[in-house]
Ligand binder design. Structure first.
Ligand code: TEU
Ligand code: CA
Length: 564
C-alpha cells in the first residue's frame, strides 16, 4: 500500500526570481514582486513554490554561486521581504521550498576567500586544492604546469583553476567562480546542516538540492577515461560517500522537520534512483531524472522528438519506481528551453492546444508534477539572433571555447542555442500587454522580454476561460479531486503507437483514461476492447463530446475520460 503524504499530492511551481516580477523598477525580478503575485499562484491552484536561489551572490551563474547562505541577495530585497513573502505563502495554504546549492559556493564566499590565502589556513580543506602536473617543456625549455587531471568543467575548459597565491589548483565543476566544497571535511558538512536548519527554522518547507549527486568525490582525482569523458556528468556523480552524506544529512536535519526534498540528480540512472529515494533509505523524497527532458537533445543540438522513446521512459519509471520510491514529472525548468517550443508546437495554429496537451500529460502522470513559471501561459523560446542576445555564462563560455576557436561556425552555434539555450526559459514573465510585458517599469529588463508578450500574457489569459492558464487550473483541480491521478496505477495502452499516447490511471474503482495526440494531423484511435469509457472529464478542444470506442482526434488534441 501507499503512504499518503502532502508532497506526493502537491503540484509544484518553480519561480526563477530574477525573471518573475520586478517591484522597484531596476529591471530585475525580486521578492516583493513575488509577494505581489501570490494571489495569481493561489488561483492557479499550485501547492508548493520552489524558489531558485535567493541568496547573496555575485551572480556569475544567476545565484547558483552563493556568497552568503544566510543573507538575501540585495537585488532581490531584504530578509524582512523574505519573511513577508513566506508569511503570504503560508496564509494562502501554500508551501515554499528553496534551492540548496552546496556542491559549490561562490569564490567570494568567506570560506573560499580564507581558503585560497595559504596552505595552512583553517579553511584550506573546505575546498579541493591540488598541485598541478608537470607537462611537456615549452619553447623556452621550461616545464609547463598542467591541471591535476583531465576533468572538464560543465561550463567549458578544465575543471581546475590555477591560483597564484599558493601555486595550486582548485576544483570547479561549474564556473571558475564556483569552487567545489570538500564534503569529506566534517566541518563542511556541519556548516551545511547548520544553514539548512537556519532556513527550516524560519519555516521553509524543504529544499530542491542542486547537483546533489556530485557532493562526494574520489580524492585521488584519477584522469577520466575516453569513455567517461563522453559523459563526464555520470563520472562525477555517485561518488564513494554520496549515500553516507545524504543519510547523515537526513538524520541531522530533515528527520527533525516535516519537509520535502527533491534532488537534482545529474548523472544518476533510473536503476540507481531507488537507492536515493526509497522510503527505507532515509535520503531524499524524490529526484529529477533527466531522461525525459533530455530525450530530444544531443549536447547543444535539438534532436527530433520521439514519442516512442518518451513513452518507454515513463513506463520504465513506473517499473523501477513503485509507491515506495516517489517520482517527479517535469519537462521544463530554468536550465532547459521552453516546454511548448521543445515538446509541443509553438506555431500560431498549435501553440495553445499543444501547450494544453503537455500540461494534461504532466498533471496526470505518476509522480509529483513540477511546472516552470510561464509554462501556464504557453510562453515560447526567444528569437535569439546573436551572441549579444544571451546572458548565460554557459553560452558565453561555450562561445569562446567553440566559436572563437573556429571549432563550430557562428551561425550553427547560434541556430542550435536558439533551440536549446537556458536563456529561453529565463526571459521575464509576461504579465500584461504594457511595455516589457508588465515585468518591469525600467526601460530595459536584465534580459529582454519575448516580443510576443503583446499576445501571450497573464492578464489576457486569466480573463479568457479557454486560455492555457485556465485549462491548467482545471487540470490542477482535477488532480486534487481524484487521488487516482496521484496514487493510481499507470498503464500505457499502446506503447507502439507513434502519434498517440494513451494511458490509464487507476485507484480501485476510480479509473481514468488519458488520450494525447502528439501530432499536428488528425488521428483515429481505437481503444483496446477491455477499456470501457464512461464519460468525458476534460479536453483541450471542444470537438470532444462523443463517447465511442474510436476517437477521431484533431492535431494536438488531449482528452481525459472517466472509465467504467
Ligand atoms: O544544474 C546542473 C545541471 O545539471 C545542468 O543542467 C547544467 O545547468 C547545464 O545545463 C549543463 O549543461 C544546476 C542548476 O540548475 C544550474 O542552473 C546551475 O548552473 C548549475 O547546477 C550549477 O549550480
Ligand atoms: Ca527589482
Amino acid at each position: 500500500g501507499y503512504q499518503p503524504t502532502w508532497w506526493k499530492e502537491a503540484v509544484v511551481y518553480q519561480i526563477y526570481p530574477r525573471s518573475f516580477k520586478d517591484s522597484n523598477g531596476d529591471g530585475i525580478g525580486d521578492i516583493p514582486g513575488i509577494t505581489s503575485k501570490l494571489d495569481y499562484l493561489q488561483k492557479l491552484g499550485v501547492n508548493v513554490i520552489w524558489l531558485s536561489p535567493h541568496y547573496d551572490s555575485p551572480n556569475a551563474d544567476n545565484g547558483y554561486d552563493i556568497r552568503d547562505y544566510r543573507k538575501v541577495m540585495a537585488e532581490f530585497g531584504t530578509m524582512a521581504d523574505f519573511d513577508t513573502m513566506l508569511a503570504g505563502i503560508k496564509q494562502r495554504h501554500m508551501r515554499l521550498i528553496i534551492d540548496l546549492v552546496v556542491n559549490h559556493t561562490s569564490d567570494e564566499h568567506h570560506w573560499f576567500v580564507e581558503s585560497r590565502k595559504s596552505k595552512d589556513n583553517p579553511y584550506r580543506d573546505y575546498y579541493f586544492w591540488r598541485d598541478g602536473k608537470p607537462g611537456p617543456a615549452g619553447p623556452d625549455g621550461k616545464t609547463r604546469m598542467l591541471p591535476p587531471n583531465n576533468d572538464p568543467s560543465f561550463f567549458s575548459g578544465s575543471a581546475w583553476q590555477f591560483d597564484s597565491a599558493t601555486e595550486q589548483y582548485y576544483l570547479h565543476y561549474f564556473a571558475v567562480k564556483q569552487p567545489d566544497l570538500n564534503w569529506d571535511n566534517p566541518k563542511v558538512r556541519e556548516e551545511v546542516y547548520s544553514l539548512m536548519r537556519f532556513w527550516l527554522d524560519k519555516g521553509v518547507d524543504g529544499f530542491r538540492m542542486d547537483v546533489i549527486p556530485l557532493i562526494s568525490k574520489n580524492p585521488a582525482f584519477p584522469d577520466l577515461t575516453p569513455d567517461q569523458l563522453h559523459n563526464y556528468g555520470n563520472a562525477y556523480a555517485n561518488g564513494p560517500h554520496m549515500h553516507d552524506y545524504l543519510q547523515e544529512m537526513n538524520r541531522n536535519v530533515m528527520a527533525k522537520y516535516d519537509v520535502m526534498t527533491v534532488g537534482e540528480a545529474l548523472g544518476i540512472s533510473l536503476e540507481q534512483t531507488p537507492l536515493m529515494v526509497g522510503e527505507n533509505r532515509h535520503e531524499l523524497n524524490m529526484i529529477f531524472n533527466f531522461d525525459a527532458i533530455r530525450s530530444n537533445r544531443e549536447g547543444i543540438k535539438l534532436k527530433p522528438f520521439d514519442l516512442l522513446m518518451l513513452k518507454a521512459i515513463y513506463t520504465h519509471h513506473a517499473e523501477v519506481l513503485d509507491t515506495h520510491s516517489w517520482d517527479t514529472v517535469f519537462l521544463s525548468n530554468h536550465d532547459n528551453p521552453r516546454i511548448v517550443s521543445t515538446f509541443g508546437d509553438d506555431s500560431a495554429e498549435f501553440r495553445v492546444p499543444s501547450a494544453k496537451l503537455l500540461a494534461t500529460m504532466l498533471l496526470t502522470l505518476r509522480g509529483t508534477p513540477f511546472l516552470y513559471q510561464g509554462d501556464e501561459l504557453g510562453m515560447t523560446n526567444y528569437p535569439f539572433r546573436s551572441i549579444n542576445d544571451f546572458d548565460d555564462i554557459e553560452v558565453k563560455n561555450a562561445y569562446k571555447a567553440n566559436v572563437l576557436t573556429g571549432k563550430i561556425p557562428e551561425e550553427t552555434f547560434i541556430a542550435d542555442l536558439r533551440h536549446t539555450s537556458r536563456d529561453n526559459s529565463r526571459t521575464p514573465m509576461q504579465w500584461d500587454e504594457s511595455a516589457n510585458g508588465g515585468f518591469t517599469t525600467a526601460a530595459k529588463p536584465w534580459l529582454a522580454e519575448n516580443p510576443n508578450y503583446t499576445q501571450i500574457n497573464a492578464n489576457a489569459e486569466v480573463a479568457d476561460p479557454n486560455s492555457i492558464y485556465n485549462y491548467t487550473r482545471k487540470l490542477i483541480d482535477l488532480r486534487h479531486a481524484h487521488q487516482a491521478f496521484v496514487y493510481g496505477e499507470y498503464k500505457d495502452l499502446d506503447p507502439e503507437n507513434k502519434s498517440i499516447f494513451a494511458y490509464t490511471r487507476a485507484l480501485g474503482s476510480d479509473r481514468y483514461l488519458v488520450v494525447l495526440n502528439f501530432s499536428s494531423g488528425p488521428v483515429a484511435y481505437t481503444l483496446p476492447a477491455k477499456v470501457k469509457v464512461d464519460s468525458l472529464v476534460l479536453s483541450n478542444l471542444d470537438s470532444a463530446g462523443l463517447v465511442t470506442d474510436t476517437f477521431n482526434l484533431a492535431g494536438w488534441e488531449a482528452r481525459i475520460y472517466k472509465l467504467k
